[in-house]
Design a protein around this ligand. Structure first.
Ligand SMILES: Cc1cc2nc3c(=O)[nH]c(=O)nc-3n(C[C@H](O)[C@H](O)[C@H](O)COP(=O)(O)O)c2cc1C
Length: 185
């Protein structure tokens, strides 16, 4: 059972037929509730400000040139820092990283320093690199307002991939109360 706060409604029962119901988002919501995306920690830096949060809305979106999209909620501190950040860092969470998921998804940098007490260093563009995780950097080549989240389109470069283990999927995260409210709820 998915526990993501981004989950909408019941899982698909296999019996939902919505032909002709163009205005309804029921089928969309049922299908999305069956999708189990990977989990990332995305960090940003602008001047002396640094930020980072748990992200499920993220995907490769071009092969040539290589591009990766990260969607940040307008409510999050990470979004506010990312607005003027020329680089973002995308870290992949693996199956033993549940503690970091809770830390970066359940706390907001508006209230706590998320980088106190974890092993990190300053990476490309001054963005924090969480030492335990695999990561790549990306230059922000576009920002697209898609609604309550903004897409940051990244041109990837650099990074590190040294770990093994499965990705940590959203379904495995358990109940994380997001540090900032979920848009629309
Ligand atoms: C499962 C899960 C997925 C999330 N996905 C996203 C996401 O894709 N984009 C986003 O901006 N926030 C997402 N969040 C919410 C932020 O991680 C959370 O509100 C965080 O506390 C914000 O921290 P900040 O204010 O320091 O940026 C997600 C939270 C959870 C629990």
């Amino acid at each position: 059972m998915l526990t993501s706060p981004y989950e909408n409604g019941d899982r698909c029962s296999g019996g939902l037929a919505m032909t002709g119901a163009r205005e309804s988002t029921e089928a969309f919501e049922a299908i999305m509730s069956d999708v189990d995306p990977p989990s990332y920690v995305v960090t940003a830096a602008a001047g002396d400000d640094r930020a980072g949060c748990l992200v499920g809305f993220a995907t490769q979106c071009s092969i040539d040139p290589p591009r990766f999209g990260v969607w940040l909620s307008k409510l999050n501190r990470t979004y506010r820092v990312a607005r003027t950040s020329r680089t973002l860092i995308v870290h992949l969470l693996r199956d033993d990283d549940g503690d970091l998921a809770g830390h970066f998804g359940g706390e907001t940098g508006d209230d706590v320093d998320k980088f106190a007490g974890i092993d990190w260093s300053s990476g490309p563009g001054g963005c924090p690199v969480v030492e335990r995780l695999d990561w790549f950097a990306g230059s922000v080549v576009d920002q697209v307002d898609t609604g309550d989240h903004v897409a940051f389109v990244l041109a990837p470069w650099g990074g590190r991939c040294q770990r093994s283990g499965r990705q940590l999927s959203e379904a495995e995260l358990g109940d994380i109360e997001p540090g900032h409210p979920i848009p629309g709820r």
